[in-house]
Design a protein around this ligand. Structure first.
Ligand code: ATP
Ligand code: MG
Length: 558
């Protein structure tokens, strides 16, 4: 990596791009992909990888990407999820060629099952689920054929029609592909392709009581939609022979191909919908869009942008091998973007009052502060200055440690963009808590440098007490204390590593008056503090997106 320049790295292809370019070289004229989410939860950043790959490659090669909802499992699926998935994909900047549902194909899937039965390639099995599992064997021991494996075509046709007609209870029978009970690939040991489930389907209502399984439905849909590259995550690798079996044995002319890439994992968070749902249902977080969640809606509410997420996915890379990506890289991407785009504002999170005793009570003036330093086009804003101000309690030390250049007794410090002040007196209540700091300002110097050449080492931020607005600020830490929550130590559960301090809510923070105009979703740099986003749900709340310090950039340079 050290010998490569950024430019050559940009130009080199990832392995999926290589595959596509090879297929184009061999005469493939189209690139048609699909993104196939199951509408049983909200999308997360792992899905964003799959979205960027499927939609992104179609875009890069002038092709198309379909959105296909895998709604073959009616028990867990809902239209709420369908809507959120569409919203999130569009927000990420992608659009689909056509919107399809696995359920659109239920009639055809049923007809193709009949074809397989007639070819002697599928049979109705009366074994219970447990018996089927027991008889599947193990990797080293071949499976035991079902006593029903050699039923006649007529009997299979009759039973399958009756399964569909609702003559048998749930789970009483399944339709299985007749492949190879001794195959070293367990997925080929006569996998179930249809099961009986009486569940209301969010699009089909109660029309069906039999539902196809994903491994059977997916290749058929890919073939019917003319998918050229069916790109999915690595756990489907062992399913590819079954995918090909279905395509070949039904005899589709168009043969789609499946290619697998590694799932995206990120440190300090979980990525499976099952876990995310549990966090929501047990109220460990405040919904799917809690700003601590790795969901797309959570990241959006937190203040992440589509460009930062796309950039993150790109930097995380596309490969086949398992890896876990440092969450610092995600933070780096948004920080990098906001550094040049986010307007600066002043917010005092732990306010402590400062009185400038030599500043007249009725006097007011304004100082101009840059909206984005080093970007003149972004302009300036006028910030009011009055006798009473707030500074952050962290910027004052009664007993300062060495090299403390912020406010301290008898020390000078600059109020950002305004006067140099000196703290002369600490006012405390009866319990000894600091109530106010009394300072005098160097009114002669104004916001320039002192004429006598004395050096002022520290600069701190401030807001006018008279004009400040109150707000609640939410600070976030990682949702999990463990770095790799996918791989928890034996005998423990991922919930054992839930960070009890992942949310800190600060009330009565003092913000500069310009922030009264902030709209939900607006993002700012609170100077010297971090990047923040106006919450889209709760009035008067700002969420911390990320701090200012970039630990990842430092790590990466090592
Ligand atoms: P989960 O395990 O979180 O429930 P899933 O794979 O069941 O995820 P689907 O809705 O079926 O969720 O996923 C749609 C597509 O997104 C699939 O093709 C899957 O390969 C891909 N995908 C899901 N999670 C990731 C991930 N972490 N990294 C990359 N791709 C993913
Ligand atoms: Mg899935």
């Amino acid at each position: 990596m050290a010998s490569e320049t950024n430019e050559t790295r940009e130009k080199s292809l990832n392995f999926l791009e290589e595959i596509i370019e090879e297929s184009i070289a061999k005469g493939e004229t189209r690139v048609q992909t699909r993104f196939p989410p199951e509408p049983n939860g909200y999308l997360h950043i792992g899905h964003a990888k799959s979205i960027c790959i499927n939609f992104g490659l179609a875009r890069k090669y002038g092709g198309k990407c379909n959105l296909r909802f895998d709604d073959t499992n009616p028990v867990k699926e809902d239209v709420e999820y369908v809507d959120s998935i569409k919203r999130d994909i569009q927000w990420l900047g992608f659009d689909w060629a056509v919107e399809r549902y696995a359920s659109d194909y239920f009639d055809q899937l049923y007809d193709w099952a009949i074809v397989l039965i007639k070819k002697g390639l599928a049979y109705v099995d009366d074994q219970t689920q447990e018996q089927i599992r027991e008889n599947r064997g193990t990797v080293s021991v071949p499976g035991t054929p079902s006593p029903w494996r050699d039923r006649s075509v007529e009997e299979n046709l009759d039973l399958f029609v009756r399964m569909k007609n609702g003559e048998f209870p749930d789970g009483a029978k399944v339709l299985r592909a007749k492949i190879d009970m001794a195959s070293p690939n367990m997925n080929l040991r006569d996998p179930a392709i249809y099961r009986i489930v009486r569940a209301h389907h969010h699009r089909q209502g109660d029309k069906w009581c039999i539902y196809p399984l994903y491994d059977y439905a997916h290749p058929i849909q890919d073939a019917l939609e003319g998918i050229t590259h069916s790109l999915c995550s690595i756990e489907f690798e062992n399913h590819r022979p079954l995918y090909d079996w279905v395509v070949d044995n039904i005899g589709f002319e168009h043969k789609p191909h499946q290619y697998e890439f590694a799932r995206l994992n990120v440190t300090h968070t979980v990525m499976s919908k099952r876990y995310l749902r549990e966090l929501v249902e047990t109220k460990k977080v405040d919904g799917w869009d809690d700003p601590r969640m790795p969901t797309i809606c959570g990241l959006r509410r937190r203040g992440y942008t589509p460009t930062a997420i796309n950039e993150f996915v790109k930097k995380a890379g596309v490969a086949k091998a398992y890896s876990i990506v440092d969450i610092g890289l995600l933070e780096h991407c948004i920080r990098d973007e906001l550094n040049t785009t986010a307007q600066r504002r002043v917010a005092v999170l732990h306010p402590i009052k400062v009185v400038i005793t030599n500043y007249p009570e009725d006097k007011e003036e304004t100082f101009e502060l840059p909206n984005i330093p080093k970007n003149e086009e972004a302009g300036v804003r006028a910030v009011p200055f009055t006798r009473e101000l707030y500074i952050d309690a962290d910027d004052f030390a009664e007993v300062p440690p060495p090299k403390f250049f912020r406010m301290k007794p008898d020390g000078e410090v600059r109020l950002m963009g305004a006067y140099i002040v000196k703290c002369n007196e600490i006012i405390k209540d009866e319990q000894g808590n600091i109530v106010e700091l009394h300072c005098t300002a160097d009114l002669e110097t104004g916001n320039g440098n002192p004429a006598d050449g004395r050096k002022i080492k520290g600069t701190i931020h401030w807001v006018s007490a008279k004009y400040a607005i109150d707000a609640t600020v939410r600070l976030y830490d990682y949702l999990f204390t463990l770095e790799n929550v996918n791989d928890v130590p034996e005998g423990t559960n991922y919930l054992d590593y839930l960070n009890p301090n992942s949310l800190t809510e600060l009330h009565n923070c003092k913000l500069e008056p310009a922030l009264a105009e902030a709209k939900s979703g607006d993002k700012f740099q609170f100077v010297r503090t971090g990047y923040f986003c106006k919450d889209s749900k709760d009035e008067g709340v700002f969420n911390q997106i990320v701090g200012l310090k970039d630990s990842w950039a430092k790590e990466a340079k090592k």
